[in-house]
Design a protein around this ligand. Sequence first.
Ligand code: GLU
Length: 304
Amino acid sequence: MAGRFAPSPTGDLHLGNLRTAALAWLSARSQGLGFVVRMEDLDRHQSSRDHELGQLRDLAAIGLDWDGPVVRQSERFDLYEEAISELAGRGLVYECYCTRREIREEIAAASQAPHGPPGSYPGTCRDLSAHQRARRRAEGRPPALRLRSDGREIEFVDRVVGPVRGVVDDVVLRRNDGVPAYNLAVVVDDADQAVTEVVRGDDLVSSTPRQIRLQELLGLPRPRYAHVPLVVDAGGERLAKRAGMAVTLQDLDASGVGVAETIRWISSSIGDETTTLRELATRFDIATIDPDPRPAPPWAAHSV
Ligand code: GLU
């Protein structure tokens, strides 16, 4: 049984990522759970080993530890393909030849938005005949694979956000470049790594019903979920590496803010100021986290 942090190694972690990682770790350790780190490096163009090492260095710097080796999604395609085959064998997968642009245009032209989270697939390729599929293939279009969903509504109670419901759409399982899709990979990995508690940013809450449905279809256990608020800048925008903001440990160090100050900010943001997260882990409860967006500390606005 474990909690986890699953960053995409596409850059340095910023204060928002570090706070989310700390909350995931605190929640796991406060309950005596294991804690694993998984690198979500399916995007081979943006991911790099340098970013991965930098992220692990920063997680360790704020006092997090993890159990076992760090797992990389790029090395686990077999597991994802196995899951896709299982779904395909039950008639739950179809080929989709649409480009993103075609999907956007189709949604814009439709009188009713498709069911599911914003941008949900309108089902264009759901019922293509073998002939139509062959024609598209002959045009040189590689297909993505989608779940043949049944428009089912999934409900769950998030430990921070509260009750959540969402309709499951025809989510992509394998992208048209052959890479397994995030929602599929995350479900396979959470189960394979015995993750029983998912603490992550609340930008992912609308994807959770899809992930729960995939767990159900694959016969995998459902972890508990806690979606924590993102950290925002003075304009209310989610934190990102932008000119004029010191948001990574390295930027902060360069502008004279040490790691201890960052840990103090993380702990005070949950109403319990300390300089070591280990001490906090003795008395932490994720259910006490305020679901509203979290303002960045004033010192992050300083120019680097
Ligand atoms: N890799 C995702 C991200 O960095 C997080 C996925 C998850 O926690 O499920 O945003």
